[in-house]
Design a protein around this ligand. Structure first.
Ligand code: AHR
Length: 483
């Protein structure tokens, strides 16, 4: 039994739409095959980007896309990825499987993807192995509207108009794959590099993001905030949900019951991490000007048998849908500090939205959660009074259309009978459900619609109240209109 009392007067602030952000790295089959097939492919494409994937992603209203990494970002030299494709440098992708990276997908192709998706760009720059000049030139190349060496080069390469870069990350995981730095050293580098991320955009200055801590490295957060707060708009945090200790990646399918719960409990740790990191941020930034940017999160499980271990290709089940719903609820609870989040990763890598195999594409259970939660984007988060069952997670927001209530019951065998109380009379309620019949129910290329959303007719309303039964292993959304 759960009870939620919704009080319109208790508003937590706007839920930044950017917490529904995505991440696409040059890793495995995310960019190549997953997004980019090239204009000559027999897979239907527009300007080299596969149509089925772009169309599916457009339906979930992606607000922002981070690129080109991840660890890849700190090995990426952007000038390798511009100009005629046949003369682009072929490099080794040293982080991810040691495969050849032909640089056919570069800056111009990325902004074509941004255009097709109708999203905004989050570019991650190279601090680990790149120079200040290189980073500065990239920003000039992308955003300067005038006569300059980089703007001229962009025009020569076919794009006279500048692009808009909303967010810029100065390095990635600088404590690890981005250079194994100490926070004191990176703070100074951050201050230096960001100086040359110039604002050519006039009224739309670039939002600069420092490479923040891994999981519970509170010292990293403290040192960065102490030395670099005035120079940053956001600071990142990475935390992946694991079913067992890091070294022991557990299977995405056919897992035992205890791993259902261990993965979910690892995802729930996000709440504690955000709370503790925010407390440190509050010390240096009490007005909450600096956003916490959770630009990598999601389930990290074993790769599918027979696939390249460096490609991080994993299946995606109703359990991952639980991880997504619970984590998005946590971000919404912390709407006052979490400005952006980017699930890792958009296609064919880790907790993906869609998976591809040759010409085929499937939507994952996680995709459906993002679709069901779309109305939360930029809505006002409401602070509710909850008495929730131990396996129920919930979030309520309000926009011009009414209320969106999202719920997740991660019990594997018991339904939760939920009642909701609103400020005024409820005049309409309609619902959607994503429900698993087994713990690892998923879609695959032979059965692409084994699990998908359905209409939920069981929600009833009377007076100020709504009642609904939430089946086990399900995510439910309710659209509620009041008088
Ligand atoms: O998302 C996969 C990798 O995880 C990223 O490249 C890196 O930043 C993180 O360690």
């Amino acid at each position: 039994m759960s009870k939620i009392v919704v009080n319109d007067q208790r508003q937590r602030g706007k839920i930044s739409k950017y917490i529904y952000g995505q991440f696409a790295e040059h890793l495995g089959r995310c960019i190549y095959e997953g997004l980019w097939v090239g204009p000559d492919s027999d897979i239907p494409n527009v300007n080299g980007l596969r149509t089925d994937v772009v169309e599916a992603l457009k339906e979930i209203k992606i607000p922002v896309l981070r690129w080109p990494g991840g660890c890849f970002a700190d090995t990426y030299h952007w000038q390798d990825g511009i100009g005629p494709k046949e003369s682009r440098k072929k490099i080794v992708n040293t982080n991810w499987g040691g495969v050849v990276e032909n640089n056919h997908f570069g800056t111009h192709e990325f902004f074509e993807l941004v255009r097709q998706l109708g999203t905004e760009a989050y570019i991650n720059g190279n601090v680990g192995s790149g120079t200040v000049q290189e980073m500065s030139d990239w920003v000039e190349y992308m955003t300067f509207d005038g006569i300059s060496p980089m703007a001229d080069l962009r025009a020569k390469n076919g794009h006279p108009a500048p692009w808009s870069v909303k967010f810029f990350g100065v390095g990635n995981e600088s404590w690890g794959c981005g250079g194994n730095m100490r926070p004191e050293y990176y703070s100074d580098l951050y201050r230096q590099y960001q100086t040359f991320v110039r604002n050519y955009n006039g009224e739309k200055p670039i939002y600069k993001i420092a490479s923040g801590p891994n999981i519970d490295d509170y010292n990293w957060m403290d040192v960065l905030m102490r030395y670099a707060t005035p120079y940053m708009d956001g600071i990142s945090l990475h935390h992946y949900a694991l079913a067992a200790p890091w070294e022991d990646k557990r299977p995405a399918l056919g897992f035992p019951e205890n791993e259902w719960f261990s993965l979910i409990s690892s995802a729930q740790k996000m709440d504690e991490l955000i709370t503790k990191h925010s407390t440190i941020m509050d010390k240096y930034d009490p007005d909450k000007r600096v956003g916490l940017i959770v630009d990598e999160w999601g389930s990290w499980l074993a790769v599918e048998p027979g696939t390249n271990p460096g490609f991080l290709y994993q299946q995606n089940t109703i359990r991952d849908a639980m991880v997504a719903a619970i984590t998005l609820h946590i971000f919404q609870k912390h709407a006052d500090r979490v400005e952006m989040a980017n699930i890792a990763q958009m296609v064919n890598v880790l907790q993906a939205m869609v998976l591809t195999e040759g010409k085929k594409m499937i939507k994952t259970p996680t995709y459906y959660v993002f679709k069901m939660f779309m109305e939360h984007q930029d809505a006002v988060a409401l602070d509710t009074h909850d008495e929730l069952a131990t396996t129920t997670s919930a979030s309520v927001s309000k926009n011009d259309q009414g209320y969106l209530v999202s719920l997740c019951n991660y019990s594997i065998d018991a339904a939760d009978e939920l009642s909701l109380d609103f400020d005024s009379e409820v005049i309409d309620v309609n619902g959607e459900i994503l429900q698993g019949q087994t713990m690892d129910q998923h879609n695959d290329f032979d059965d692409p619609e084994a699990i998908k959303t359905a209409t939920l007719n069981s929600a009833k309303h009377q007076g100020h109240q709504v009642s609904v039964s939430i089946p086990p292993m399900s995510v439910v959304t309710l659209h509620v209109a009041t008088a």
